[in-house]
Ligand binder design. Structure first.
Ligand code: ADP
Length: 490
């Protein structure tokens, strides 16, 4: 008979000492206007809304809310900058401006990282080591393409910019998403009106300051703040030639309908429900780290999160036990503490959504497991959670939760897991863990997902395209592919 393993004891007296990152160097204004023509201006709407720190529920600043007239002002500024300056400028000069943005971002990396964690709730380790360096890397990467566009699209007689790009981004990677949108647009010779998400506007507004300090010609990048109505005003503005949206599938569908027949180009990066597949021949400890990274990174607020785990039957018990043990060690709390693994949920609304879906999971018969960690009394928090006893039909298996909630199913054969993994409306990403290269090729080529990681997860690089199939959207961002939506080739 197999020896029963004793659960590990993680409740020893040994604890990490607090290691908070200082926020003394952070300069935040009490209120931010709209960034139009390189100036922060009062909104015509006369309205402001509060942006808060979700870990403390304290106010950080008042933020202008742009109405249609404000968006019109921003689009006109972008159009004028396009016609008069940016589209006429030698491409090598445009490249220099983009490099300059990248370098200033690096110089101010610490401040950007702290603000990202304060406004979004994500652990400082993550904003410091992932979000900010990757955002700067995107500007560096696309700066290099600015004067080499004819090599990016060989055989095409002419590579022309489009005009004004309207860009709408979500709250999970605020600065990084701004970089994904702005860098290729500028490199291809377009001007921009960008709207950050209503809960996380601060790093985009800091980026506005950087853009001003980089001496970009006024109007080349305009940043307007507000919620869905502001986003809709950008999408529907007749002066916008291309729309780039990252956010929920629900809003993506609204935007797609609004744009049908308008002739505007668009790219949509929408939701996901990725399969992370562990074969019995995988290196199990490494795979467990990959599962944790796949679903608990950024509190699971990741469109490509590995939220559906498929484990091959012979190792299912082992993987689940190791995963539970590992979850006991995760440190949840102050996003500014360098030891924190899991920070705050981005907003009260998102926390409500996670709780609703977890309740549905339990009501539908799933078995829910959470580690015993304590949570801070103030702020929005959710324990890392896993579900077993779920089926393909369970709502928590089919719907995107956008939180630290993992559903686990088992499988026997390669064919079975491919079918299960693809049986979903989404197709953004996936993960495969095995020591057989042939299996990696077989499975990754059959997964209907834009990105598949093998023996790793959540790896990003500006040279690599990212985007989805099915309800995960259309178009690619990153790499050479990310330039195509910003140029006309005929
Ligand atoms: P999430 O569910 O992740 O909050 P949303 O799709 O609601 O994602 O939001 C992503 C971005 O889209 C945000 O900047 C939000 O303000 C914006 N947005 C929301 N509704 C609309 C809309 N109808 N048209 C354009 N943008 C919108």
């Amino acid at each position: 008979m197999a020896k029963k393993s004793k659960p590990l004891d993680f409740h020893s007296k040994w604890r990490y000492a607090p290691a908070p990152e200082s926020s003394d160097h952070v300069e935040l204004k009490t209120s931010y206007g709209l960034f139009i023509n390189n100036e922060f201006t009062e909104p015509l709407s006369g309205k402001y809304f509060e942006t808060i720190n979700p870990a403390r529920e304290t106010k950080l600043a008042d933020i202008a809310e742009a109405n249609q007239a404000d968006v019109d002002r921003a689009v006109k500024a972008a159009r004028k900058a396009y016609d008069d300056v940016w589209s006429k400028m030698p491409a090598s000069e445009r490249g220099k401006y983009i490099y300059r943005i990248a370098r200033i971002m690096q110089e101010r990396a610490r401040e950007l990282a702290v603000i990202e964690s304060m406004n979004g709730g994500k652990p400082i380790r993550e904003s410091r080591d992932v979000d900010v360096p990757l955002a700067a890397a995107h500007f560096f990467y696309y700066a290099g393409w600015a004067d080499k566009l004819e090599y990016a699209f060989p055989g095409k007689p002419e590579v022309r910019s489009i005009g004004v790009a309207g860009q709408i981004i979500p709250w999970n990677f605020p600065l990084l998403m701004a970089a994904w949108k702005i860098a290729p647009a500028l490199a291809a010779g377009n001007t921009v009106v960008l709207k950050p998400a209503e809960t996380t506007p601060l790093t985009a507004l800091k980026l506005a300051e950087i853009i001003r300090d980089a001496d970009l010609p006024p109007g080349v990048v305009n940043i307007v703040t507000g919620a869905g109505a502001t986003g809709a005003a950008i999408v529907n503005h007749p002066g916008v030639d291309k729309v780039a949206f990252t956010g929920s599938t629900e809003v993506g569908k609204i935007i797609q309908k609004a744009l049908a027949g308008t002739g505007k180009k668009y790219t949509l990066e929408l939701g996901g429900k990725a399969a992370n597949i562990i074969f019995a021949d995988a290196t199990i400890d490494q795979a467990v780290e990959g599962i944790v990274n796949g679903i608990f990174f950024n509190q699971g607020h990741v469109c490509c999160a590995g939220s559906r785990l498929f484990v091959q039957e012979p190792v299912a018990d082992l993987v689940i036990r190791k995963l539970k043990d590992r979850m006991e060690t995760l440190i949840i709390g102050d996003p500014l503490d360098k030891n924190t693994d899991i920070g705050a949920i981005n907003s009260k609304e998102q926390l409500g959504k996670i709780k609703r879906l977890v309740k549905i999971g339990i009501d539908e018969g799933g078995t829910c497991y959470q580690p015993s960690c304590s949570l801070p009394s103030k702020g929005f928090w959710y324990r890392p959670t896993l579900f077993t006893d779920v089926t393909q039909a369970s709502r928590i298996v089919q719907e995107e939760i956008f939180g630290p909630v993992l559903s686990i199913q088992t499988f026997r054969t390669v064919e079975e897991v491919i079918e299960k993994a693809n049986n979903i409306p989404y197709g953004l990403s996936g993960g495969v863990w095995t020591d057989k290269g042939s299996k990696i090729f077989k499975v990754s080529s059959k997964l209907r997902a834009g990105v598949v990681w093998a023996n790793t997860y959540n790896k990003f690089d500006p040279t690599s395209p990212f985007g989805g199939y099915k309800e995960s959207g259309m178009g690619r961002e990153g790499g050479l592919h990310g330039l195509s939506p910003y140029v006309n080739l005929n």
